[in-house]
Design a binder for this molecule. Structure first.
Ligand SMILES: Nc1nc2c(c(=O)[nH]1)N[C@H]1C(S)=C(S)[C@@H](COP(=O)(O)O)O[C@H]1N2
Ligand SMILES: [Mo]
Length: 221
């Protein structure tokens, strides 16, 4: 079986549309619906035992219960999202806790420059720590005014709007702080390490002549 990266590379890019202004990255098409994409099964949780673990380059490992996280300040973020399989969705609205507000409670060592985001089921993705400190980086609990559906990452997902959406891990369970960078699941499987959609950083290789076939067999809410 050919890899997901190979399949996406073999499909054709859409024509750019001038009306979209600067908001839609090159090679993307807009969708009104909200596709559902993930590996493995949707996890089921007992929220009494659910936790979010903080480990790696920290003075002190910690784990937060859902209640502890829900007591942190909450914000709403309106943003556009961009999936490497070529859909973009404009004006999405999310609520949750800023990553940097959680970070302020942690004793992370100054040497930590990268974060491995750990999620169910056996999913991980790497992000530079600096990229998580922005205004719009959320541990999201709500989408468009309603609690996340289980398929979109309930009870907690990451939102990193400025990178391709695979970096916005659903069902997050831990942040591992790291001195050195290390690739996560898709980053080990042919996808770009950083993943800026406006620079079309889709794949780790050279070949950037792409889209879509995932497109045709997607699930939606
Ligand atoms: N835990 C987990 N998070 C994940 C994934 C996954 O397989 N497992 N897939 C990623 C990918 S590739 C995409 S495009 C988005 C899709 O989010 P959505 O299903 O809410 O649209 O989730 C990301 N987060
Ligand atoms: Mo994706």
């Amino acid at each position: 079986m050919i890899s997901k990266a190979e399949r996406i590379k073999r499909t054709k890019a859409p024509e750019p549309n001038a009306e979209w202004g600067g908001r839609v990255p090159p090679g993307q098409v807009l969708t009104e619906r909200f596709p559902i994409l993930h590996e493995g099964e949707v996890p089921r949780y007992d929220m009494e035992s659910w936790d979010l673990r903080i480990f790696g380059e920290v003075e002190e490992e910690r784990s937060f219960s859902y209640g502890e996280l829900m007591a942190l300040p909450r914000v709403r973020i309106d943003c556009d999202i961009h999936c490497v399989t070529r859909w973009s969705k404009l004006d999405t609205s999310w609520e949750g806790v800023r990553f940097r507000d959680l970070f302020a409670l942690l004793k992370v060592k100054p040497e930590a420059k990268h974060v491995m985001v750990h999620a169910d089921q056996d999913y991980d993705t790497n992000i530079p720590l600096e990229d998580l400190m922005g205004d719009d980086i959320l541990l999201a609990t709500h989408y468009n005014g309603l609690p996340l559906t289980d398929k979109h990452g309930w009870p907690l997902r990451l939102l990193v709007p400025h990178l391709y959406f695979w970096k916005s891990a659903k069902w997050i369970r831990g942040f591992e702080f790291m001195k050195e960078d290390r690739p996560g699941f898709w980053e080990r499987n042919g996808f770009h390490n950083y993943a800026d959609p406006f620079k079309e950083q889709r794949f780790s290789g050279e070949d950037l002549n792409i889209p879509e076939d995932e497109w045709h067999h997607k699930d939606y809410d």
